[in-house]
Design a protein around this ligand. Structure first.
Ligand code: T4K
Length: 403
């Protein structure tokens, strides 16, 4: 534990942690069970193209979410592209700027303009009150993102979509295992998309899935996932190769078996953070609604430089030097990022809440690779940093001037 500011690694002190603590270290299932599944894949010599593991994975996801259709894919970005094409999205689609850039890319890749909307300060998700001003005669849809696994204001968004005859989809990449008003996320809008990337709460190495109760849309997406084929010789649409392979599905099945354990670890870590993080003006932890189901995959704090005397980025640099590899997702917001900033002349586009939140948010390490003791140590380190904020700022300024 640090005794003085000079003990911080950024000023030459020794590292607080011998090993790197990541945001997004994969949650891994029992290796023996996974390997035996993979062995069976190899013995069957059926490696991809709608194999039995993919089919079982899709069925288990659809049952778990409570929807009729699940289409597993190679990742969520391609899933979003397939969904946008199958649903015939065109022209402009309203999306939050505060999201992983893949949400926007999936549209732009198809020549659809992502129109960036601001977020609500309380949810970090699309602000329904700001959507209608962005609707034009070119608008065909809205894609909400359940950021951090915390749900969008689904009812309000559904009402707007209905009033303006727009399609409504959700990028639920963060939200597998989360619920909203007693229904699992995945069952809202016209369809929702999950990511099963290595860094997600449940992973298939790389992977994604589209879930929907729209059977027609599901059939179209199944074809598109496999080049547009409907049988051995007939192609009926412009398709792509968005298939999930059998090894990825085996990883998904093994991970589903242990999903409750992953959630339990994340929940424990979340509660330790909640209890032990500093309670200081200007340092705020985002909370989950514990009456709902959550995967607790993201531990998110908001850092206000004006109150603390240290900026989010200064705290981030200090943590990284100590081997706490916290992340500032989603900085700076898609509208301030290339290619969109230049392509749509967004340099002066003000999205005040997005701009504000993107400068304040920090994600802290959690997941099955981070023990309770480590979480406590991270909390102690943050407490030390905030208690010594003035001295640290002075020392940082001194370093800047001398070096
Ligand atoms: N929509 C939203 C809202 C999303 O958040 C995402 C993905 C998507 C759509 C698209 O989903 P996919 O097409 O990927 O299925 C990561 C992920 O690459 C990305 O999937 C994710 N969102 C995004 C929020 O985070 P980075 O830039 O943080 O990845 P990286 O490589 O820096 O990894 C993060 C940390 O995890 C590192 O500290 C190391 C650790 N890590 C990572 C990998 C890949 C491991 O320990 N093991 C690993 O295998 O983007």
């Amino acid at each position: 534990m640090k005794q003085s500011v000079e003990d911080l690694a950024i000023f030459g002190g020794s590292l607080e942690f011998g090993e790197q603590l990541h945001v997004g270290r994969p949650n891994l299932p029992d290796q023996r069970k996974l390997f035996s599944r993979i062995e069976r894949v190899l013995e069957s010599k059926w490696l991809t193209n709608d194999g039995t593991n993919v089919q079982e994975f899709e069925k288990r996801i659809a049952d778990f979410i409570g929807v009729r259709n699940c289409i597993a894919t190679c990742n969520a970005t391609v899933a979003l592209e397939i969904l946008a094409r199958a649903a015939d999205l065109q022209g402009e689609v309203i999306v939050p700027s505060f999201t992983f850039v893949a949400t926007a890319h999936s549209l732009q890749w198809l020549g659809i303009r992502p129109v960036f909307c601001d977020i609500a300060a309380d949810t970090h998700c699309l602000d329904p009150d700001r959507i209608e001003a962005l609707i034009t005669d070119r608008t065909t849809g809205i894609i909400g993102v359940h950021v951090w696994g915390r749900p969008c204001k689904v009812d309000h968004l559904s009402q707007i979509a209905q009033d303006h005859r727009l399609k409504l989809f959700f990028d639920a990449s963060h939200a597998f295992g989360c619920s909203y008003q007693d229904r699992m996320i995945g069952s809202f809008g016209d369809a929702e998309v999950f990511s099963f990337h290595a860094t997600k709460f449940l992973n298939t190495f790389e992977g994604g899935a589209i879930v929907t109760n729209n059977d027609y849309l599901a059939d179209t997406m199944r074809q598109m996932r496999s080049f547009g084929f409907i049988d051995y010789d007939s192609v009926v649409s412009v398709g792509t190769n968005g298939k999930m392979n059998e090894v990825c599905a085996a990883m998904g099945l093994s991970s589903l078996d242990e999903m409750d354990d992953f959630i339990a670890v994340n929940r424990t870590n979340y509660h330790i953070y909640k209890r032990a993080l500093p309670r200081t003006n200007g340092f705020l932890m985002m909370h989950y609604d514990e009456d709902a189901k959550n995967n607790f995959q993201y531990v998110v704090v908001k850092i206000e430089e004006e109150s603390l005397g240290l900026s989010r980025d200064e705290i981030l640099s200090i943590l990284w030097k100590e081997n706490v590899l916290a992340r500032r997702y989603f900085y700076p917001g898609c509208h301030k990022m290339e290619p969109y900033r230049t392509m749509y002349d967004l340099e002066n586009r003000e999205l005040p809440i997005t701009d504000h939140v993107a400068k304040q948010v920090l994600c802290l390490p959690t997941g099955t690779a981070v023990t309770s003791d480590r979480v406590l140590q991270i909390c102690d380190l943050l407490t030390f940093i905030l208690e010594n904020a003035t001295a640290i700022r002075q020392r940082l300024t001194l370093n800047e001037h001398s070096g």
